[in-house]
Design a protein around this ligand. Structure first.
Ligand code: AMP
Ligand code: TRP
Length: 327
C-alpha cells in the first residue's frame, strides 16, 4: 500500500508565493508517488472570526488554486475539512490526552493570542485539530512549510501519548520540508516570514496578483547596501530573493552562484520578477477558468469528501473501541 500524505491550508487571506513554494508546489511534485489528501481547513479558519460569506467564497478559491497549481483530482482527494465530521470528533478525543501546557507553548498560538483581546478556546486547541486531521488518515508524510514544524512535533507527541495509553492506534507521521522555499520571508522586511495576514503594501506577492503588481512589489524589495550580489555575505533580503528565484527555477546551488555572483540588485530583482511572472501567468489563467465553473468545483469537493470519509470513520471507530466509548 502507498504511504498516505495529508496536508492543508486555511481558507483565509490571499495565498502568496510562500504558501506555493513552501507547500503547494511540493504537493504537486509528490502527488503520483503517494496516496494524497489535500484539505481546505475551514474549521481552523474559524479559530479567528471570519465573515461567513467571505469564508464560503475563500473555500472555493482555495480549491481552485489547488487545481490551478496542478493537483489532479483523479489522483488525489481534495476535500473540505468540515465536510467530514470525523475531524471534529477525533479532535475531541485527542484534546483529552493533550496537556494544556503543550498547547500554551506553541509559538503560533502565542503570536496570534497576543493580537486578540479575547482568546477563543479554539485558538488554543488549533494544533489538536491539526493532529486529528493527520492521524485520522494514518498519514505517514505531511508536506508543509517550516512554520508548521512545531505543530507536527506536537502531532507526533499526541500520537505517541495516545498509543502508549490505549495501545498502538496511530501512525506517527514525519514532516516533509522543501529543500528551498520552506520559509519565504516578507519582501518589505526579510526578518519576518511572508504572511497572509500582514498588511504592508509590499510585503507579499499573492498568487493572484496581476503581473504589474508582482513586478512592482519585487522591484521594491528591501535589500542591503552592497553594490551587488555576493552569495557568501548576502543579507537576508538578497538571500530571500535568491531563494524565490531558485525555488521557481529549480536551478542547483552552483548554477545559482555562477549566474548571480556580482550582479547588481536592480538586475537581480528584474530577473526574480520575470521568473515569478512567467510561472504565475499560466497558473492564473487556469485559475480563472476553474473558478468560473462552480459546478465542477463542487463535484471535485464532493468526490474528495466521499472518498476519504470511510477512512476517517474507520479510524474514529477504532479510537472509540480503544477508549471504551460507545460504538
Ligand atoms: P497557511 O497559510 O497558514 O494555511 O499555510 C499553508 C501552508 O503554507 C503551510 O504548509 C505553511 O507552512 C506554508 N507557508 C506559509 N507561509 C509560508 C512562508 N512564508 N514560507 C514558506 N511556507 C509557508
Ligand atoms: N495549520 C496549518 C497551517 O496553517 C494548516 C493545517 C491544518 C494543516 N491541518 C493540517 C497542515 C494538517 C498539514 C496537515 O498552515
Amino acid at each position: 500500500m502507498k504511504t498516505r500524505v495529508f496536508s492543508g491550508m486555511q481558507p483565509t487571506g490571499n495565498l502568496h508565493i510562500g504558501n506555493y513554494l513552501g507547500a503547494l508546489k511540493n504537493w504537486v511534485r509528490i502527488q503520483h508517488d503517494y496516496e494524497c489528501i489535500f484539505c481546505i481547513v475551514d474549521l481552523h479558519a474559524v479559530t479567528l472570526y471570519q465573515e461567513p460569506g467571505e469564508l464560503r467564497a475563500k473555500i472555493a478559491e482555495i480549491a481552485a488554486l489547488y487545481l490551478a497549481a496542478g493537483i489532479d483530482p483523479q489522483v488525489c482527494s481534495i476535500m473540505v475539512q468540515s465536510a467530514v465530521p470525523a475531524h471534529a470528533e477525533l479532535a475531541w478525543m485527542l484534546t483529552c490526552v493533550t496537556p494544556v501546557g503543550w498547547l500554551e507553548r506553541m509559538t503560533q498560538y502565542k503570536t496570534k493570542a497576543a493580537k486578540q483581546e479575547s482568546v477563543s478556546d479554539g485558538l488554543l486547541q488549533y494544533p489538536v485539530l491539526m493532529a486529528a486531521d493527520i492521524l485520522l488518515y494514518q498519514a505517514g508524510i505531511v508536506p508543509v512549510g517550516e512554520d508548521q514544524a512545531q505543530h507536527l512535533e506536537l502531532t507526533r507527541d499526541v500520537a505517541q501519548r495516545f498509543n502508549s495509553l490505549y495501545g498502538d492506534t496511530f501512525v506517527v507521521p514525519g514532516t516533509s520540508l522543501p529543500a528551498v522555499g520552506a520559509r519565504i520571508m516578507g519582501l518589505d522586511d526579510p526578518t519576518q516570514k511572508m504572511s497572509k495576514s500582514a498588511t504592508g503594501q509590499n510585503h507579499a506577492v499573492a498568487l493572484l496578483d496581476p503581473p504589474d503588481k508582482i513586478r512592482k512589489t519585487i522591484m521594491r524589495a528591501t535589500t542591503d547596501s552592497s553594490p551587488g550580489v555576493d552569495p557568501e555575505t548576502a543579507g537576508p533580503g538578497v538571500l530571500n530573493l535568491l531563494a524565490i528565484y531558485q525555488a521557481f527555477s529549480g536551478d542547483g546551488d552552483d548554477e545559482m552562484k555562477r549566474h548571480f555572483a556580482g550582479m547588481r540588485y536592480g538586475e537581480l530583482k528584474k530577473q526574480v520578477a520575470e521568473m515569478v511572472v512567467t510561472h504565475l501567468e499560466p497558473f492564473q489563467q487556469r485559475y480563472r477558468q476553474i473558478i468560473s465553473d462552480p459546478g465542477y468545483l463542487a463535484a471535485v469537493l464532493r468526490d474528495g469528501a466521499a472518498r476519504v470519509a470511510p477512512i476517517a470513520n474507520d479510524t474514529v471507530r477504532l479510537v472509540k473501541q480503544r477508549m471504551g466509548l460507545y460504538t
